[in-house]
Design a protein around this ligand. Structure first.
Ligand code: GRF
Length: 195
Protein backbone atom coordinates (compact mmCIF):
# COMPACT_ATOMS: atom_id res chain seq x y z
CA UNK A 1 0.00 0.00 0.00
CA UNK A 2 1.24 3.47 -0.90
CA UNK A 3 2.28 5.67 2.03
CA UNK A 4 2.07 9.45 2.23
CA UNK A 5 5.46 10.99 1.46
CA UNK A 6 6.19 13.99 3.69
CA UNK A 7 8.68 16.80 4.00
CA UNK A 8 8.81 18.75 7.26
CA UNK A 9 10.02 22.33 7.68
CA UNK A 10 10.79 23.82 11.10
CA UNK A 11 12.81 26.39 12.98
CA UNK A 12 12.80 25.06 16.54
CA UNK A 13 13.01 22.07 18.78
CA UNK A 14 10.85 19.85 16.62
CA UNK A 15 8.48 18.34 19.18
CA UNK A 16 5.73 18.15 16.54
CA UNK A 17 8.11 16.40 14.17
CA UNK A 18 8.95 13.98 17.01
CA UNK A 19 5.23 13.22 17.45
CA UNK A 20 4.95 12.53 13.71
CA UNK A 21 7.94 10.17 13.83
CA UNK A 22 6.44 8.41 16.84
CA UNK A 23 3.09 7.96 15.08
CA UNK A 24 4.87 6.50 12.04
CA UNK A 25 6.91 4.19 14.26
CA UNK A 26 3.85 2.89 16.11
CA UNK A 27 1.95 2.27 12.87
CA UNK A 28 -0.68 4.96 13.51
CA UNK A 29 0.48 7.06 10.55
CA UNK A 30 1.05 5.49 7.13
CA UNK A 31 3.69 7.95 5.97
CA UNK A 32 7.41 8.41 5.42
CA UNK A 33 9.41 11.57 6.12
CA UNK A 34 11.73 12.01 3.16
CA UNK A 35 13.27 15.38 4.05
CA UNK A 36 13.49 17.80 6.98
CA UNK A 37 14.43 21.43 6.28
CA UNK A 38 15.23 24.13 8.83
CA UNK A 39 16.36 27.74 8.64
CA UNK A 40 18.61 27.60 11.73
CA UNK A 41 21.73 25.43 11.86
CA UNK A 42 21.22 24.71 15.59
CA UNK A 43 17.50 23.85 15.34
CA UNK A 44 16.70 20.74 17.38
CA UNK A 45 14.52 19.47 14.55
CA UNK A 46 17.68 18.90 12.46
CA UNK A 47 19.26 16.80 15.23
CA UNK A 48 16.07 14.76 15.52
CA UNK A 49 16.06 14.19 11.76
CA UNK A 50 19.71 13.10 11.72
CA UNK A 51 19.13 10.67 14.61
CA UNK A 52 16.16 9.22 12.71
CA UNK A 53 18.22 8.86 9.53
CA UNK A 54 16.13 11.44 7.65
CA UNK A 55 17.80 13.58 5.00
CA UNK A 56 18.16 17.25 6.04
CA UNK A 57 18.35 20.57 4.23
CA UNK A 58 19.65 23.74 5.87
CA UNK A 59 17.92 26.82 4.48
CA UNK A 60 20.53 29.53 4.07
CA UNK A 61 18.85 32.95 4.14
CA UNK A 62 21.20 35.80 4.98
CA UNK A 63 18.89 38.68 3.93
CA UNK A 64 15.53 38.29 5.66
CA UNK A 65 14.26 37.06 9.03
CA UNK A 66 10.52 36.56 8.45
CA UNK A 67 10.50 35.26 4.87
CA UNK A 68 12.89 33.79 2.29
CA UNK A 69 14.22 35.63 -0.70
CA UNK A 70 12.76 34.15 -3.93
CA UNK A 71 16.10 32.55 -4.84
CA UNK A 72 16.47 30.79 -1.48
CA UNK A 73 12.86 29.63 -1.61
CA UNK A 74 13.37 28.33 -5.16
CA UNK A 75 16.25 26.15 -3.91
CA UNK A 76 14.00 24.85 -1.11
CA UNK A 77 11.16 24.15 -3.57
CA UNK A 78 13.57 22.26 -5.81
CA UNK A 79 14.75 20.11 -2.87
CA UNK A 80 11.11 19.34 -2.06
CA UNK A 81 10.35 18.46 -5.67
CA UNK A 82 13.44 16.25 -5.90
CA UNK A 83 12.38 14.46 -2.69
CA UNK A 84 9.11 13.66 -4.49
CA UNK A 85 6.88 14.51 -1.52
CA UNK A 86 3.07 14.54 -1.50
CA UNK A 87 2.76 17.03 1.33
CA UNK A 88 4.86 19.66 3.09
CA UNK A 89 4.30 19.83 6.84
CA UNK A 90 5.22 23.07 8.59
CA UNK A 91 6.13 22.28 12.20
CA UNK A 92 7.26 25.40 14.00
CA UNK A 93 8.57 27.12 10.88
CA UNK A 94 8.86 30.80 11.82
CA UNK A 95 8.78 32.39 8.36
CA UNK A 96 5.99 33.23 5.94
CA UNK A 97 5.79 30.88 2.95
CA UNK A 98 5.58 32.65 -0.39
CA UNK A 99 6.00 31.80 -4.04
CA UNK A 100 7.81 29.94 -5.53
CA UNK A 101 7.22 27.31 -2.81
CA UNK A 102 3.46 27.98 -2.59
CA UNK A 103 3.11 27.80 -6.37
CA UNK A 104 5.12 24.57 -6.54
CA UNK A 105 2.89 22.87 -3.91
CA UNK A 106 -0.63 24.34 -4.27
CA UNK A 107 -2.86 23.14 -1.39
CA UNK A 108 -0.14 20.72 -0.40
CA UNK A 109 1.40 22.65 2.51
CA UNK A 110 -0.11 22.43 5.98
CA UNK A 111 0.68 24.11 9.27
CA UNK A 112 -0.18 23.77 12.94
CA UNK A 113 -0.82 26.97 14.87
CA UNK A 114 -1.12 27.24 18.67
CA UNK A 115 -4.53 28.95 18.79
CA UNK A 116 -8.13 28.37 17.81
CA UNK A 117 -7.91 30.21 14.50
CA UNK A 118 -9.09 32.67 13.34
CA UNK A 119 -8.35 33.96 16.86
CA UNK A 120 -4.79 34.96 17.72
CA UNK A 121 -2.87 34.75 14.47
CA UNK A 122 0.87 35.38 14.47
CA UNK A 123 3.48 35.08 17.19
CA UNK A 124 3.08 33.75 20.79
CA UNK A 125 -0.61 32.98 20.29
CA UNK A 126 -0.83 31.45 23.79
CA UNK A 127 0.21 34.80 25.30
CA UNK A 128 -2.41 36.55 23.16
CA UNK A 129 -5.00 34.09 24.54
CA UNK A 130 -3.93 34.81 28.14
CA UNK A 131 -3.98 38.57 27.54
CA UNK A 132 -7.50 38.34 26.06
CA UNK A 133 -8.73 36.42 29.12
CA UNK A 134 -10.34 33.59 27.13
CA UNK A 135 -11.40 30.42 28.95
CA UNK A 136 -10.49 28.06 26.11
CA UNK A 137 -7.42 27.88 23.92
CA UNK A 138 -6.10 25.20 21.58
CA UNK A 139 -4.47 24.51 18.26
CA UNK A 140 -5.45 24.46 14.61
CA UNK A 141 -4.22 22.53 11.59
CA UNK A 142 -4.78 24.50 8.39
CA UNK A 143 -3.78 24.67 4.77
CA UNK A 144 -1.13 27.30 4.10
CA UNK A 145 -1.90 30.24 1.83
CA UNK A 146 -0.09 33.52 1.21
CA UNK A 147 -1.31 35.09 4.46
CA UNK A 148 -0.13 34.63 8.04
CA UNK A 149 -2.23 31.81 9.57
CA UNK A 150 -5.14 32.59 7.22
CA UNK A 151 -5.50 29.36 5.19
CA UNK A 152 -8.52 27.03 5.19
CA UNK A 153 -8.98 25.23 8.52
CA UNK A 154 -8.69 21.43 8.67
CA UNK A 155 -9.11 20.61 12.35
CA UNK A 156 -8.91 22.06 15.86
CA UNK A 157 -8.28 20.76 19.35
CA UNK A 158 -9.37 22.60 22.50
CA UNK A 159 -7.63 22.92 25.86
CA UNK A 160 -8.84 24.81 28.96
CA UNK A 161 -7.14 27.99 30.15
CA UNK A 162 -6.68 27.53 33.92
CA UNK A 163 -6.81 30.40 36.45
CA UNK A 164 -3.14 30.07 37.44
CA UNK A 165 -1.80 29.55 33.91
CA UNK A 166 1.41 31.23 32.83
CA UNK A 167 2.44 31.61 29.21
CA UNK A 168 4.70 28.57 29.64
CA UNK A 169 2.08 26.32 31.24
CA UNK A 170 -0.57 27.19 28.66
CA UNK A 171 1.85 26.70 25.77
CA UNK A 172 2.88 23.32 27.19
CA UNK A 173 -0.79 22.21 27.41
CA UNK A 174 -1.42 23.37 23.83
CA UNK A 175 1.65 21.47 22.65
CA UNK A 176 0.33 18.22 24.17
CA UNK A 177 -2.83 18.78 22.10
CA UNK A 178 -0.73 19.53 18.99
CA UNK A 179 1.19 16.29 19.34
CA UNK A 180 -2.05 14.30 19.23
CA UNK A 181 -3.81 16.37 16.55
CA UNK A 182 -1.11 16.72 13.89
CA UNK A 183 -0.37 13.00 13.36
CA UNK A 184 -4.12 12.24 13.42
CA UNK A 185 -4.89 14.76 10.67
CA UNK A 186 -1.93 13.56 8.63
CA UNK A 187 -3.31 10.02 8.82
CA UNK A 188 -6.70 11.30 7.62
CA UNK A 189 -4.98 12.93 4.65
CA UNK A 190 -2.93 9.77 4.02
CA UNK A 191 -6.14 7.73 3.81
CA UNK A 192 -7.71 10.23 1.37
CA UNK A 193 -4.54 10.49 -0.69
CA UNK A 194 -3.87 6.84 -1.29
CA UNK A 195 -7.47 5.68 -1.77
C1 GRF B 1 4.28 24.91 17.98
O1 GRF B 1 3.70 25.45 19.13
C2 GRF B 1 3.48 25.24 16.75
O2 GRF B 1 2.13 25.42 17.00
C3 GRF B 1 4.08 26.54 16.32
O3 GRF B 1 5.44 26.44 16.64
C4 GRF B 1 5.63 25.52 17.69
C5 GRF B 1 6.63 24.50 17.23
O4 GRF B 1 7.10 23.68 18.24
N1 GRF B 1 3.79 26.76 14.92
P1 GRF B 1 8.02 22.44 17.89
O5 GRF B 1 9.28 22.93 17.19
O6 GRF B 1 7.24 21.48 17.05
O7 GRF B 1 8.35 21.86 19.25
Amino acid sequence: MKRLQLAVIGSGKGSNFASILQAIGSGQLAADVRLVAADKPDAGILDLARSAGVETHLIDEPRFKTKLSPGTEAILAERMRAADVDLIVLAGYMRVVKSPLLDAFPKRIINIHPSLLPAFRGLTAWQQALDAGVKEAGCTVHWVDAGVDTGELLAQSYVPVLPDDTAASLHARIQVAEHALYPRILQTLAEEWVS
